[in-house]
Design a protein around this ligand. Structure first.
Ligand code: MCN
Length: 782
């Protein structure tokens, strides 16, 4: 019995993880292993006047202490991977440890290596650093002012880049019948995977090989960048990832910490382990979002949208992270019109240095922010022209017949039937009835809100040439090798690097369907730069659409070769061979057949191969897609707000997503639910907070509210299916769909609930306290 695409199979990965047999970074124990800890700046901006390490060096078990000065010229700068064309990007030199100045709370100042993992932390407190505290730039708009403290003395202002796409004139806005002007703040959040970051190094002086186990979403990118930073050949740098407890974007970036461990491992010629602490994660792991988005949405009284002009002032933190500059420019700026037909659009983005932790991609990476501003703006527009939020959305949706379409910013959406999920969602919630009930309950004094969001997002990152054209210094193709052993069992190698997404299961389903081999006979190999020549990793909901397609293409090549061998053995032409459910048979001649396993053995033993056919049954595919793929859908949320406490209760959450062909609906549901939880978290609870002086005020889970399962109702979700023409699977990415749709859906619901008090917008996160204050004020005025 073979497994098929589209089945709700349980994850192959889970039994091991659920029975405590997972193998995570901190499980790695190597003989003679030392431990590293990094002393981090307690100040947002300070001169380092003196570092005294003498006492710390005398602490038990301390082997070495490195400061920024010690490493100057020995480790390269940590680079950003984005150039952002025509944006006059000014990249500050990012030393792995601060040399003269610290630039954010969490900036590395010194690294201690010691024999014991607790002793190493104790030694940190014995390092005496004399700081001269300087004024800090914290909020990005303030940091752009002329008198703002400069984050980098070598750069004349805090503007790291200024990027523009599209033109919309003042007349096109000011002369419109209706204009909505609003400023939205998509607050800074912490990725917070269950397992924090990690790096473990081992050096073999015999052959000069450095092995780094890194908590990474893209080990090959880490190899590419760290080989340069550490000045060693890629052939001598082996990057591996063991089981990893999530990433959510926070483990895409190449960090100073990883370079430091790599350097010290080679320097001391002893294995070294560094495991990030949760507090460090809050201050030193890249944050997400932090964009202030000023929007002008113009249109007609009948609800037709005509022009959109957006300025995004994005807080990049103290340094440009690996993917950071791409987030508010490409991912945000080219997607500002969202799902709507808006003929004119322009986006201007300022990327601003501040004395805060660097920001980078966080689940959705620019697309949730883009969707948030357009979905909130269109809801405000609907209010102005007295239209129902659904009616105005439907009016501005491109029709199925309009495809393929190109948005105002020049992106060609691959396929879409936007009304399909909208209609399904409306039917499933019984929208008319829901509105009538809301009316009824409002009369009883209850605060009920209904929020709708219709979204499209960019996934399947993406064609390499396009990525290069928009400033990404790398490729985004994928690589897969399918190797069939003599037994007929299969090893599949992939350049993606799953860390919770379940590629082992879903990719096996693809191979199983094509080869007719049972899923348990397929073994997946990934996240190892020695086993897989190259790959671009897991982010941007690219793994299935790009990596899964590479797997499918390599598998097709295996079938092609196997057919040749079967035809030879059965003494017919290849055209007469049929292959189904793992059996090669001769058309019209029952019984004349070979099993896949028989052909696998023939291919590997090579006793009787057709002329010109090489031994083995192994094929590789490098797949570079022709376009991104654009999932879409409709989410509808119902909330009730407690007047006494301001608490928001999500009563109903319905998601209808269209991601083309779904390979495994069970896993897809998990992705949708997880994404929604992060979206709701952003809307209602999460938020990194800095004081005016740049002190991190949310440095632990005591001050940073993570969503918990009990905060949610049962999330209802289903799919419509509009195939993508871009890849042979017809599939689009799903990893970020939930978060993209959820933030505006929830915020639209909250604002709708507070409408009786004349509220038109609220700043995220809408904590009970904020809501309670609005209610108090509203009640006083009523
Ligand atoms: N899938 C499917 N059918 C589709 C699309 C996807 O069955 N049409 C399956 C895929 O085969 C895969 C999973 O759903 O098993 C997600 O696929 P995809 O949308 O390609 O996304 P990626 O695998 O590239 O994952 C990246 C995405 C992102 S960007 C973040 S952030 C994220 C996320 O996935 N981080 C996660 N989901 C996460 N889930 C966990 N548990 N942990 C994280 O850190």
């Amino acid at each position: 019995m073979t497994s098929k695409v589209g089945k709700r199979l349980k994850r192959k990965e889970d039994p091991k993880l659920l029975t405590g047999n997972g193998y995570f970074a901190d499980d790695i124990q190597l003989p003679g292993m030392l431990h590293a800890a990094i002393l981090r700046s307690p100040h947002a901006h300070a001169k380092i006047k003196k570092i005294n390490t003498e006492e710390a060096m005398r602490a038990p078990g301390v082997v070495k202490i490195y400061t920024g000065k010690d490493l100057e010229g020995k480790i390269g700068r940590i680079p950003s991977s984005w150039l952002v064309p025509d944006a006059n990007l000014k990249e500050a030199h990012h030393h792995p440890l601060a040399i003269d100045k610290t630039r954010y709370v969490g900036d590395g100042v010194a690294m201690v290596i010691a024999e014991d993992r607790y002793g190493v932390r104790d030694a940190l407190s014995l390092i005496d650093v004399e700081y001269e505290v300087l004024p800090a730039a914290v909020n990005q708009k303030d940091a752009m002012k002329e008198d703002a403290p400069l984050v980098h003395d070598t750069i004349e202002s805090n503007i790291a880049f200024h990027w523009k796409a599209g033109e919309v004139s003042d007349e096109e806005i000011n002369n419109a019948e209706v204009v909505v002007r609003e400023s939205f703040n998509v607050q800074r959040v912490a990725p917070s995977p269950m397992e924090p970051r990690s790096t473990i190094g081992q050096y073999n002086p015999g052959n000069g090989e450095l092995t780094l186990w890194i908590g990474s979403q893209n080990p090959h990118i880490h190899r590419m960048v760290l080989a340069e930073v550490l000045n060693i050949s890629e052939a001598r740098l082996h990057v591996k990832v063991v089981d990893m407890g999530g990433g959510f974007g926070g483990k895409i970036g190449v960090y100073p910490d990883e370079a430091l461990i790599g350097y010290a491992t080679m320097d001391l010629k002893q294995p070294i382990k560094w495991i990030e602490e949760r507090g460090e994660h809050f201050s030193a792991a890249n944050h997400g979002r932090d964009q202030i988005i000023d929007v002008e949405l113009a249109g007609k009284r009948d609800g037709t949208l005509t022009a959109l002009r957006v300025t995004n002032t994005a807080n990049m933190g103290a340094f440009l992270s690996t993917f950071g500059p791409g987030v508010p420019t490409i991912d945000f700026g080219l997607m500002i019109t969202g799902i709507y037909k808006i003929p004119k659009a322009a986006c201007e983005t300022f990327g601003v240095y501040t004395n805060t932790t660097p920001t980078d991609a966080y689940r959705g990476a620019g697309k949730p922010e883009a969707t948030y501003q357009i979905e909130r703006a269109i809801s405000l527009f609907a209010k102005k022209v007295c239209m129902d939020p659904v009616e105005i959305r439907r009016k501005n949706l491109p029709k199925k017949e309009d495809f393929p379409i190109t948005n105002a910013q020049g992106l060609a959406y691959d396929s879409g039937d936007y009304e399909k999920p909208l209609n399904k969602a409306l039917e499933l919630v019984d929208y008319e009835k829901l509105r009538a009930e809301q009316e009824e309950k409002r009369k009883q004094g209850k605060l009920i809100g209904i929020g709708v969001s219709t979204y499209v997002e960019l996934s399947g990152f993406g064609p390499s040439a396009v990525a290069g054209g928009i400033g990404f210094q790398g490729g985004v193709w994928e690589n897969s090798t399918v190797r069939v052993h003599s037994s007929g069992k299969v090893s599949v190698y992939s350049g993606t690097s799953p860390h919770g997404q379940g590629h082992d299961t879903t990719f096996s389903q693809i191979v199983s369907e094509k080869l007719g081999v049972p899923i348990e006979d397929i073994e997946f190999v990934f996240s190892d730069t020695k086993a897989i020549s190259m790959g671009w990793g897991t982010y941007g909901s690219r793994s299935l659409a790009v990596g899964g397609t590479a797997v499918a293409e390599a598998t097709d090549r295996v079938v092609e070769k196997a057919k040749k061998i079967a035809a030879h053995e059965l003494e017919v032409s290849m055209d007469d061979i049929e292959f189904e459910n793992g059996i090669f048979s001769v058309k019209g001649v029952p019984g004349q057949e070979r099993t896949f396993q028989e052909i696998a053995r023939s291919a590997n033993w090579a006793w009787n191969l057709p002329e010109g056919v090489e031994p083995s049954l192994e094929k590789q595919a490098f797949y570079d897609p022709s376009n991104f793929v654009y999932p879409f859908g409709t989410h509808i949320v119902v909330v009730e707000i407690d007047k006494g406490t301001g608490e928001i209760d999500i009563q109903r959450y319905l998601a209808v997503d269209d991601v083309g062909r779904v390979i495994n609906p069970l896993l897809a549901d998990g992705q949708v639910h997880g994404g929604i939880a992060q979206g709701v978290g952003q809307a209602l609870w999460e938020g990194i907070s800095y004081s005016e002086t740049g002190q991190l005020q949310s440095g632990s889970f005591m001050d940073y509210t993570m969503p918990k399962a009990r905060f949610f109702p049962n999330i209802e979700n289903t799919y419509t299916e509009t195939l993508s023409p871009v890849n042979q699977l017809g599939s689009k990415g799903i990893g970020e769909a939930g978060v993209t749709a959820a933030i505006p859906a929830v915020m639209n619901a909250v604002v709708d609930a507070l409408e009786p008090y004349g509220v038109s917008d609220m700043e995220m996160p809408v904590t009970p306290e904020k809501v309670w204050r609005v209610i108090q004020k509203g009640e006083e005025n009523n």
